[in-house]
Design a protein around this ligand. Structure first.
Ligand code: ADP
Length: 320
């Protein structure tokens, strides 16, 4: 494998390591059973709880016509700092500007006296992370199907100057027909000037690109999503992320040293291995473009199923 030498270790650890966001200890009160905005313009019935992330809780709601949606609720208590407000407004601004079949649809946002609400397309089948836990790993045809949709969404984001920066299986939701829907734009960045570089250290340890951690002077750009796409492909076919290990520091060391291997017992095709190795190139400018990825023999010489049956939630489908 052709590689540039791994970047030099930083003299000191990054000042704010990208640890997963922590949930606050105190559980905020549930939003009202009937959610309305200040002016009574919209009304939703809260019918279920879907999950929670770093700063939001997500509920299933029904609108006046009975359509089901997801509703992401952020308490105003958690928005007391200017930084928290700026982050949420950036997420809303970016997410609502994107319309693509493989991106969670942003419907609306509004507030009442206690919370800010975002209504989103409902993804009732959970994330690819939940599915991987049941399946342990995916077949290569399934991986091709999910990757084609993910790469399409990513290409769309990049042509709209958006870097997602947190692509991972837990943020790839599935609709009822097993289509991928990229969600959670909480770490996304808009590139407003061509050539602009981002400096904030963010991402999720297992999926974070080396330049985010080790080239803080130069910053990072669209290629960090390409890196995550490589980590995702590896994780789909192997069943665990390439740099996974017991603690976060050791994960970063492995990322720095480009240290991962393909388990011999999993029979990963040589095309898949070759493509993953190309994507997980430490130097971002040497990573393949999204076009080059989709034109790789892994995709062009293997079957890409036209759909995935819902039975795939619990066992490998038979594509023969
Ligand atoms: P945060 O930005 O706080 O991390 P997320 O957007 O990741 O929050 O959402 C937290 C959880 O809520 C997810 O892990 C998932 O279980 C659930 N969730 C989020 N969006 C949807 C959706 N559109 N449809 C169904 N469940 C969702």
């Amino acid at each position: 494998q052709q590689q540039t030498p791994p970047p030099k270790p930083p003299t000191k650890a990054p000042s704010s390591p990208p640890l997963p966001r922590q949930n606050s200890k105190t559980t905020p009160p549930s939003p009202p059973k009937i959610i309305t905005d200040k002016n009574g313009r919209v009304q939703f019935n809260r019918v279920g709880f879907l999950g929670e992330g770093g700063f939001a809780r997500v509920y299933e709601v029904k609108d006046a016509r009975g359509s089901r949606l997801a509703c992401k609720v952020v308490t105003k208590d958690s928005l007391k700092t200017k930084k928290a407000k700026t982050k949420l407004y950036a997420e809303i601004k970016i997410h609502r500007s994107l319309q693509h079949p493989n991106i969670v649809r942003f419907e609306d946002c509004f507030e009442d006296s206690d919370n800010v609400y975002m209504t989103l397309e409902l993804c009732p089948s959970g994330s690819l992370m939940d599915m991987l836990r049941r399946r342990r790993r995916f077949t290569e045809p399934e991986a091709r199907f999910f990757m084609v949709q993910l790469i399409g969404a990513c290409y769309y984001m990049h042509t709209h100057q958006v870097i997602h920066r947190d692509l991972k299986l837990g943020n790839l939701f599935l609709d009822a027909n097993m289509n991928v829907k990229v969600g959670d734009f909480g770490l996304a960045a808009l590139i407003e000037n061509p050539g602009e570089r981002k400096k904030t250290i963010c991402g999720t340890p297992n999926y974070i690109a080396p330049e985010v951690l080790f080239d803080t002077a130069n910053g990072h750009s669209f290629e960090v999503d390409t890196w995550s796409i490589g980590v995702i492909l590896y994780t789909l076919v192997v069943g665990r992320p390439p740099f996974q290990t017991k603690d976060v520091k050791a994960i970063y060391k492995r990322i720095r040293d480009n240290e991962y291997e393909f388990p011999a017992d999993r029979a990963i095709s040589s095309a898949a291995q070759h493509l993953i190795q190309q994507i997980l190139t430490p130097n971002p400018s040497e990573r393949p473009s999204l076009h080059e990825i989709i034109e790789h023999p892994f995709f062009t010489q293997g079957t890409v199923p036209s759909y995935i049956p819902t039975s795939a939630h619990d066992g490998p489908p038979d594509f023969r």
